[in-house]
Design a protein around this ligand. Structure first.
Ligand code: PFF
Length: 452
């Protein structure tokens, strides 16, 4: 609410600190692990175009809305929605939006942590020279062995969850902020070097054609849904993570400018990852549609053959782990902030509760890659189900609700006051969140359910 200038959980020390943390949340496994593999599964260029369009027309306006709601509410998403709906004279049930987001964050972290665990396992594999001079079959076998081993995966998933919860326990400035300060620039540099390698030793033209030459016959409604869902996933939208980060944002910072920076950095990292990976995929006759194992089956091959590849691989997987870490802390922060506010418990206790529940669900995700791989719900194993439910349904619908609230429920004078952008920009933003975002999510959802 307007009378509060700071959240009880603390505040970012500067605009730069917020940018780092929010970029840290946005840039993660979604950009480097997920974007290439779903692009590979959905035929390339046309999918990339739909994704970019969704980032521009839905992602950016909704990110502005989500940060704005967070900063105005200054509490966990559930309580923020409760007080903002009161302020706007809207139905108090809007706070269920905060609940959905909290649950989505939980479900995402359960599998996110398992995949982050794979990147940790690969740090060790690289360290012991596991990729040196290996051919494509050997690299593939390495990945299959990890998939077949519940114990190895549970071990790394556990280590990752413990590190995440340790960081979250330290709170806004000590934990979250310090963790991301150096990692983002370092990740960026290593991706550029990987692109340079792909240009010199991969099937660069073929990779670029695959990524940027749109062939619309290759996509269907499901691919459009996946591209739209990924725009939300990659920008951490629709579940309150960016909202809760916004609640720690000082009042004078420009939300719009900050958003453009975050979305721009996020998109560049994803595209760089794609540009680094696909030339290697084609040069080595690998399968573009290999699925979640794509980067783990492609990049080690490059690391195994390039000069300095051992060090390079080590740095890459360490940075991937850190990118995952700065996202995972934001996935659990809404739940932790809510537990502290409503259950009257200390931050560290809240972390233990929330973290343990996520960890337990993650064990099921590990099993879905081996002993439970045949256990299907709606034709999907547990990992696929959680991913579909969250990225393709909960996040876009959550984003749509955020857009509707910011565009239709909240007093527009309040929005203007928070955003402080020139009238033309404000009108454009309003048009996008009032009409374009809700309509787009609604139409794609109807199409998928088979109504359209
Ligand atoms: N944006 C993160 C990524 O691309 O890896 C994932 C994510 C983080 C999604 C936080 C949602 C969220 F709230």
């Amino acid at each position: 609410m307007t009378d509060k200038t700071q959240s009880i959980h603390g505040q970012w020390s500067s605009r730069f600190a917020f940018i780092l943390a929010a970029t840290g949340s946005a840039v993660g496994l979604g950009n480097i692990w997920k974007f290439p593999y779903i692009t590979g599964e959905n035929g390339g260029g046309a999918f990339v175009m739909v994704y970019l369009l969704c980032v521009a027309a839905l992602g950016i306006p909704i990110m502005i809305a989500e940060i704005m709601l967070g900063r105005r509410g200054r509490q966990s998403p559930i309580n923020t929605m409760q007080s903002l709906s009161k302020e706007a004279g809207a139905d108090p049930r809007w706070h269920y939006l905060g609940w959905c987001g909290m649950i989505a964050g939980f479900l995402i972290l359960a599998y996110y942590s398992v995949i982050a665990g794979w990147s940790m396992a690969y740090i060790v594999k690289d360290f012991f020279g596991g990729f040196i001079n290996s051919n494509a079959d050997e690299i593939q076998r390495l990945f299959e062995n990890l998939m077949a081993s519940p114990l190895q995966q549970i071990f790394w998933h556990t280590v990752f969850m413990i590190i995440t919860m340790q960081l979250v326990m330290r709170g806004v400035q000590n934990g979250l902020e310090k963790a991301v300060r150096f990692l983002m620039p370092a990740l960026f540099v290593i991706l550029i070097l990987l692109v340079a390698y792909a240009m010199s030793s991969g099937a660069y033209d073929q990779g670029m054609t695959f990524l940027f030459n749109p062939d619309f016959s290759k996509i269907d409604a499901d691919a459009v849904l996946t591209a739209m869902g990924h725009a939300f996933f990659t920008l951490s939208l629709g579940m309150g993570a960016i909202m809760v980060y916004g609640s720690y944002l000082p009042s004078h910072v420009s939300i719009a400018k900050t958003t453009f920076f975050i979305a721009g950095a996020d998109t560049i990292v994803a595209l760089l990852a794609g540009i680094a990976i696909f030339p290697l995929v084609f040069a080595n006759n690998l399968e573009a549609a290999a699925g979640p194992g794509l980067i783990f089956q492609t990049l080690p091959l490059a690391f195994g053959h390039m000069t300095g590849g051992w060090l390079f691989g080590l740095l890459f997987f360490i940075l991937l782990f850190f990118a995952a870490l700065s996202s995972s802390i934001s996935l659990i922060e809404p739940a932790v902030a809510w537990l502290v506010e409503n259950k009257n418990i200390e931050r560290h206790q809240a972390c233990v509760w929330a973290g343990s529940a996520c960890w337990a669900l993650g064990i099921g995700v590990v099993f879905s890659f081996n002993i439970w791989s045949d256990l299907k719900f709606f034709d999907k194993n547990l990992f696929e189900l959680l991913d579909y439910l969250t990225a393709n349904l909960m996040l876009p619908l959550g984003g749509m609700a955020i857009a509707i609230f910011a565009g239709w429920m909240m007093k527009q004078s309040h929005a203007e006051q928070e955003l402080e952008i020139p009238a033309k920009g404000f009108q454009a933003w309003q048009f996008l969140i009032k009409y374009v975002s809700p309509a787009a999510v609604f139409l794609v959802s109807l199409h998928v359910v088979g109504v359209l």
